[in-house]
Design a protein around this ligand. Sequence first.
Ligand code: XIL
Length: 422
Amino acid sequence: MNKVKKGVISCLLMGLLLCQLPAAEPEGDRLKDLAEPLGLFIGFSAPTNFYSMSDTIVYQEVAASEFNIVTPENAMKLDAICPTQNNYNFGPSDRLVQFARAHGMQVHGHTLIWYSAQPNWLVNIHSRDQLLSAMNNVIDVILGHFAGQILLWDVVNEAFNENGSYRSNFWLNVIGEDYIDHAFQYCRQADPAVKLIYNDYNIAEINQKSDGVYNMIESMIFRGIPIDGIGFQMHITDAGIDYQNFADNMARFAALGLEIYITEMDVRIPIIYTESDLNNQAEIYRQVIERCVDQPACKAIQFWGIPDKYSWITSVFPESGFPLLFDDDYNAKPAYYAVQQALACAGSVSTPVPRKLGDVNGDDTINIIDALLTAQFYVGLNPDGFIASRADVNCDGNIDILDALLIARHFVGLIDSFSYEH
Ligand code: XIL
């Protein structure tokens, strides 16, 4: 009996008004189980009150089963964590760090130096020396508090304009352009072990803005300023992006020796959407994930939330919404299955019998039954216990007779690996 049926029955038996159904577990493999062998982090951002939301049980269950890294959506921003001078509110972030540890997840610290979500006491400092010393102090306290518990910090967030110039903010205006160098240096001094990232939006492709960021980081490296990686936020629309351009852009940042993190991905669609919008959204996710897994420097894919209903998108873009992998009831959307398949297919070139591809009935062997089940599915039968996301063994986006044949050939020992054979 599946978990949902069990949940319904126990809810009925208990006769409780306030009983919470577990989410229907998506078919196939959990995302983190597919990402881990690729050395990839797969993650989500969590609301500050994630532990007290009315549906926190199901939220936590999905979070823990699917993901291996978490970013606090707002709890570590400076206005939240240091609302007045020398007064720190670590409670909600500590709670998230605890949750992450309990479930073997990494934590992505987000974010220190930004134009937004900064407390008034900082914004009201008008002397360069005093502001640098305040910056140094908050960084010391915050990185000190979380030392050993956080994998990477977004040290500076969104510091560029679309034309590649520095964005005006009080840090720039009071300190000058070297505020960024100082932020990274203070972080390295405060916690030499944590990775230091520059994070921004609209920089996943080669354009004026990403050129500006590239030039800045190249110069930082040349001058010995510590920086370990770049975060591409990737809040993108249903027009998608130019994927080759994205791959080329990753390649140039990778050539600087940087790690690349997709830090805040969501793909917004019209607020009134059709099935084809959901499929288009899925395709955009697939393309981005495929490019990331093809680039060794790309270390993480992090989504900006779990179910659509908690996404920030509609509050900022009122005509758009539904940008994530799970619907409001935590059902996996086509986007989820596209990510799952892109991850499952990722190792099929290098790994003989990549993970579970081909084992379509989930019995841990790849044999003639799997080939038969796949052929049945192809002719329009829906066999029992058939895990569709493992059946497209040549990773061409279709489940067809070629897949059934490849599985059969593998079974009789003719091929070791499915290797994108068409
Ligand atoms: C957003 C949060 O999702 C919202 O809840 C909040 O009201 C505003 O900030 N880039 C970032 C994130 O770096 O911190 C932003 O998060 C989204 C854009």
